[in-house]
Design a protein around this ligand. Structure first.
Ligand code: IMP
Ligand code: MG
Length: 173
């Protein structure tokens, strides 16, 4: 088994998700929201964040492929599942697991902005700023300054570890 160490505990995630939900509730009060989770990585974060936002909201999912089985970006992003809700005139909040190069979010932002939402903001559990290649504004960031290749709480390495309740850094064997 690959060695790993905890970098964000289950308790730290839970408390930060509550804070994000409260910020979002204040910012969107009176404005019905569509929360769009980015599959697969953000499936757990989206489920927890949705329950932390005390507002009427709709939930949908979009799926993109940008990583193969390696731990570095292939550089191209392809849409493999679109959302099913119409978003014209609506307030959209994209929920992402982790922002690395920024390619996934800049691709999705451009694609969804073409559908004329009232607004489109981004909430990411982890913002890995050091490897950014494409500028993207993360409006709500859970954690920053976490380095290395991370797994758990939805994040995978070759589709493994998504079910770990905390976030771990993989250590070199
Ligand atoms: P970006 O397009 O380079 O910003 O990459 C974003 C996507 O790459 C995320 O949605 C993740 O699925 C994946 N990713 C980036 N860094 C990590 C990591 O440390 N562990 C697992 N997946 C990652
Ligand atoms: Mg992802």
């Amino acid at each position: 088994m690959v060695e790993r160490e905890v970098v964000i505990s289950e308790a730290a995630i839970a408390s930060r998700v509550r804070e994000l939900g409260e910020m979002i509730r204040r910012d969107y009060a009176g404005r019905p929201l569509v929360l769009v989770g980015i599959l697969n990585g953000a499936f757990i974060f989206t489920a927890d964040l949705a329950r932390a936002i005390d507002l009427p909201l709709e939930v949908d999912f979009i799926r993109v492929a940008s990583y193969g089985k390696a731990t570095s970006s292939s550089g191209t992003v392809t849409l493999t599942k679109d959302i099913e809700l119409a978003i014209a005139g609506k307030e959209i909040l994209l929920a992402e697991d982790i922002v690395d190069t920024g390619r996934t979010l800049s691709y999705l932002k451009e694609m969804l902005m073409a559908r004329d939402p009232a607004s489109l903001k981004i909430c990411a559990m982890i913002d890995k700023k050091e490897r950014r290649e494409v500028a993207v504004t993360v409006d709500y960031a859970g954690f920053t300054g976490v380095e290395g290749f991370l797994v758990g709480y939805g994040l995978d390495c070759a589709e493994q570890y998504r079910n770990l309740p905390a976030v771990y850094r993989l250590l070199k064997p």
